[in-house]
Design a protein around this ligand. Structure first.
Ligand code: G4P
Length: 525
């Protein structure tokens, strides 16, 4: 591929994650997007996979048992001259550090919100990470076909709770049973929900912000209400500002209904216009490597083991950061200086995995791994000698004490722990007082996967006893005094030997801060 072609290919890429609280409609909207892109041909494909009736894959048994997606799926399709890569972020109980890390591999995020519910816990959590990255965030207010909350309230909540400015790209004309359509501020047109109720035309142009006086909708009270709302927004709301969108300071808000496929196509088309191309990635030295750099490079943001239980192989998910990946190329794992030939590489589609021969910056590829890669690894072609910044670690919230069930199997117990911790499956701590092992995670499922893998991959049966949720705060070792440990916190060290406290609750944390006002406590992210 010539360098001008490389640039053209990279510029086509739009790589984003969809975040939402469970049940807001993430799967439904993903499915609609895939249908538009021709990546699936039938609604229900993604859903079927989610509920476990999709038996095509040989993924982890635990995934099948629970009918959930342990792996954050990656889906690719072409639309309107763009190559779209969607990274799914599982929610709720299957929520894990993987979910967070996935957000490190995208250039934008789409936040799906249920108009009846507004901002919910999981969205808030994910949003925090996205905000920190400063990438554009697009909002889709879903389920307009049902009665929801007042659009103005929803926008106010979005701004207040998440601390982001918003700009309504469109505005609902009614909701639920009286949904007439959306007033598309950006395209200056009305998009009718049921054009068949009028003259069959889906779009009505707006002239000076209004529809023709003789249109039956003109006198409709839901439409007059929209006119009032729009006047208010234009007068007192934020202005459309593309730069602010690019910097993640302002979120464009779209209303629609994924289930009835209303507003989704407009959303997709507008999103593809405004979403950024693949970004340059920072190295540990602070240099930025352009996605158009002719040499291939990428970083591992996720490792999924046991994709095929018959072989102890794993898949390392790599975000291509620069250049062109070609099948059979030789790369160096920068951490260990090891050379590897990439001969077995996969890309992920909604319905299948397929072998891939080439990929460019912005794409996600899966490398079959026999134990060479670690999360955060930089891989590069030949002379491109760079190391990308470390992926952030996330402060765990849930903790378990663990011991080996069979004391005779200490060796495999320790080996399993060491390798799985390195891989980033869970975080490991050791209590100062007892020396006992404690593992931490951001989602419950991480523990189950850990236990399962210890048994199946290392033949080590473990006993886990829940300590519930704790607030982890790191302390500078030079400020540490063992007396600070009390019945309301546990003093532990992480696997870099750094001390931290696991506080019982907010109250215990506040108590500590009051008692030691000069001691600084830190979170990971
Ligand atoms: P998630 O991935 O964010 O968890 O949500 P998902 O798409 O699975 O949607 C959750 C539920 O909300 C589903 O109903 C889905 O059909 C429904 N839903 C999604 N978008 C819309 C919408 O625009 N309008 C309405 N009215 N409902 C919507 P379910 O009953 O839980 O599942 P199912 O029985 O329909 O499969």
């Amino acid at each position: 591929m010539k360098s001008s072609n490389l640039q053209k290919e990279v510029d086509k890429r739009r790589t984003f994650a969809i975040i939402s609280h469970p049940d807001a409609g993430k799967t439904t909207i993903t499915e609609q997007l895939l249908l538009f892109g021709g990546a699936i041909h039938q609604a229900g494909t993604v859903k079927a996979k989610k509920t476990g009736s999709f038996a095509k894959s040989d993924w982890m048994a635990i995934e099948k048992q629970r009918g959930i997606s342990v792996t954050s799926s990656v889906m690719q399709f072409d639309y309107d001259g763009r190559r779209v890569n969607i990274l799914d972020t599982p929610g709720h109980e299957d929520f894990s550090e993987d979910t967070y890390r996935t957000l490190m591999a995208v250039d934008a995020a789409v936040m799906v919100i249920d108009t009846a519910k507004g901002i919910e816990a999981q969205t808030k959590k994910l949003f925090k990470v996205v905000k920190k990255r400063g990438i554009p965030i697009f909002t889709f207010m879903n389920k307009l076909d049902r009665d929801g909350r007042e659009p103005l309230d929803l926008l106010a909540e979005l701004e207040e709770v998440l601390g982001i400015e918003s700009y309504p790209m469109n505005w609902p004309i009614g909701m639920g049973k009286v949904l007439e359509g959306i007033y598309d501020v950006y395209h200056q047109r009305i998009d009718l929900f049921r054009p068949e109720n009028y003259d069959g035309k889906r779009f009505l142009p707006l002239i000076n912000g209004n529809i023709a006086k003789n249109h039956p909708l003109y006198e409709n009270s839901v439409y007059t209400k929209v006119r009032e709302d729009i006047e208010l927004i234009v007068g007192a709301g934020n202005e459309f500002n593309e730069k602010k969108i690019q910097n993640g300071v302002l979120t464009p808000v779209f209303f629609g209904s994924a289930l009835t496929n209303f507003g989704v196509q407009t959303f997709l088309e507008t999103f593809l216009k405004l979403a950024p191309k693949p970004h340059a990635v920072k190295t540990v030295k602070g240099d930025l490597i352009s996605p158009y750099h002719e040499k291939f490079s990428g970083f591992v943001f996720k490792i999924q083991a046991n994709m095929n239980p018959k072989h102890r192989d794993r898949i390392a998910f790599v975000r291509v950061s620069s250049g062109i990946f070609t099948l059979g190329m030789e790369v160096i794992i920068q951490r260990i200086g090891k050379k590897l030939k990439l001969t077995n590489v996969t890309q992920f589609m909604a319905e299948e995995r397929k072998n891939t021969k080439t990929a460019v910056a912005g794409d996600i590829i899966g490398l079959y791994d026999t134990g060479n890669y670690q999360i955060g690894d930089t891989i590069t072609e030949g002379k491109l000698n760079v190391q990308y910044e470390k992926l952030p670690q996330f402060t765990p919230e849930l903790f378990m004490k663990i011991t080996a069930k069979n004391v005779m199997k200490q060796k495999s117990f320790h080996k399993g722990i060491q390798q799985l911790v390195q891989e980033g499956a869970v975080q490991l701590y050791q209590a100062y007082q007892t020396g006992g092992y404690i593992i931490g995670a951001v989602g419950q499922l991480q523990f189950e996967v850990f236990q399962y893998r210890m048994l199946n991959e290392y033949n080590a049966e473990i006993v886990m006893s829940s300590m519930g949720s704790k607030i982890a705060r790191w302390i500078d070792p030079k400020n540490l005094d063992y007396q600070m440990s009390s019945s309301r916190n546990i003093l532990v060290k992480d696997h870099f030997e750094q001390p931290l406290f696991l506080f019982e609750n907010e109250f215990a944390l506040r108590w500590f801060k009051d008692k030691y006002p000069d001691v600084e406590l830190k979170t990971l992210i």
